[in-house]
Design a protein around this ligand. Structure first.
Ligand SMILES: *Cc1c(COP(=O)(O)O)cnc(C)c1O
Length: 364
């Protein structure tokens, strides 16, 4: 059995250090907004090369707080990819604004900058670029268009911890970025967690107030805030796992390279010069996707589809009035993609078993 993602195996490699972190927090008697969160924020900011990192409750809250802190709300529009995890869109509607979908590039699956200008209206405030599957979006043309139209650029870096675009790490490429540390992400906590990175000191200050009931001084509330705090225990676990992130990413890269070398009969991920993805997911594409997934399942190989239904066709967004055919590139991606097992604990033998399973399907 090769599972899609073996979280128990990944976290077991750090068992002693995670247990020590747990004991340290337990014994401290201090569980929310303390030394562990502060230390993790400093370490994560250094890792991303940004002035600030702010620990928050999860990735959705990270993106939502960025939009709120920039004052994006009712009547504002935010350009989002038509193919992304729904949380990207949810952050926009949570803030009260309207997501305006942009079709992706059909080969990178990320925003296609050449389609953005046609979507800009007087109400557009921001472009929310997603580094999907751990592959950075092509940020320079996006930033150029944003500059020209005076728009904010926000990164959804929930799948891309440590990915680089032209030698620069994600998280510092736009005005602010949201990260998720959901257990299955490349840097995963043992529960929900997230962070915001930015070089904008004023924004960071606003976010710190918003995430803690709108308060800077206890029982004094400057604005109507939220409770989106990161807790000490998750911060302590994340500090352990951050130290191993680059090592784990290096293994993901080896796994991806082996897949790309050996797979035949389907479309493998494309990586252009200047892009350094971190392989949150290894996503192949085939018009026989469903049959392939079933075939691999019968051979005890776990796969998933990221994602089966695009946001514009979800019942949750019925009110936006989209229908099948409105975003054909996103729709065909959703019909054809399959994520193969990926993670730092996969052995070469595991990878070759998956490859044999796939290649046998196309020979059959
Ligand atoms: C996981 C994810 C999120 C949301 O993160 P949570 O921590 O689960 O709230 C947002 N965007 C993308 C692209 C994600 O993959």
């Amino acid at each position: 059995m090769i599972s899609f993602l073996d979280l128990k195996a990944i976290n077991s490699t750090h068992r002693d250090e995670l247990t020590a972190a747990f004991e340290r927090v337990l014994n401290s008697g201090w569980y929310v907004l303390g030394k562990e969160v502060q230390a993790f924020e400093a370490e994560f900011a250094e890792y991303c090369g940004t002035k600030h990192a702010i620990g928050v409750s999860n990735g959705l809250d990270a993106l939502h707080l960025i939009l709120r802190a920039y004052g994006i709300s009712d009547g504002d529009e935010v350009i989002v990819p038509s193919n992304t995890y729904i949380a990207t869109w949810l952050a926009v509607t949570y803030a009260g604004a309207t997501p305006v979908p942009a079709e992706p590039d059909a080969t990178s699956y990320n925003l296609d900058a050449s389609r953005l200008e046609a979507l800009i209206t007087p109400r557009t405030r921001a472009i929310l670029a997603v580094h999907l599957y751990g592959q950075p979006a092509d940020m320079d043309p996006i930033l150029q268009i944003a500059n020209k139209h005076n728009l904010l650029v926000i990164e959804d870096a929930a799948q891309a911890h440590g990915a680089k675009y032209k030698e620069r790490k994600v998280g510092g490429l736009g005005h602010a970025a949201g990260f998720s540390f959901y257990p299955g992400k490349n840097l995963g906590a043992l529960g929900d967690a997230g962070a915001i990175t930015t070089n904008d000191t004023e924004l960071a200050e606003k976010i710190r107030i918003l995430l803690n009931y709108g308060s800077r001084i206890k029982y004094q509330n400057e604005v109507q805030g939220f409770n989106c705090r990161l807790d000490e225990l998750q911060a302590a676990f994340l500090r352990v796992k951050l130290r191993y992130l680059d090592q784990e990413t290096a293994r993901r890269k080896q796994v991806a390279a082996l897949y790309s070398e050996k797979l035949a009969g389907l479309i493998v991920p494309m990586v252009n010069d200047g892009f350094d993805p971190v392989w949150h997911l290894y996503v192949v594409r085939s018009n026989k996707r469903d049959e392939l997934q079933k075939w691999l399942g019968e051979r005890n190989i776990g796969t998933l589809v990221h994602y089966p239904i695009p946001p514009h066709l979800q019942p949750a967004y019925q009110s936006l009035g989209y229908k099948v055919g409105d975003f054909p590139i996103a729709e065909s991606i959703h019909q054809e993609v399959l994520s193969l097992p990926m993670g730092p604990t996969l052995s070469d033998e595991d990878v070759l078993t998956v490859v044999d399973g796939c290649n046998a399907f196309f020979r059959a």
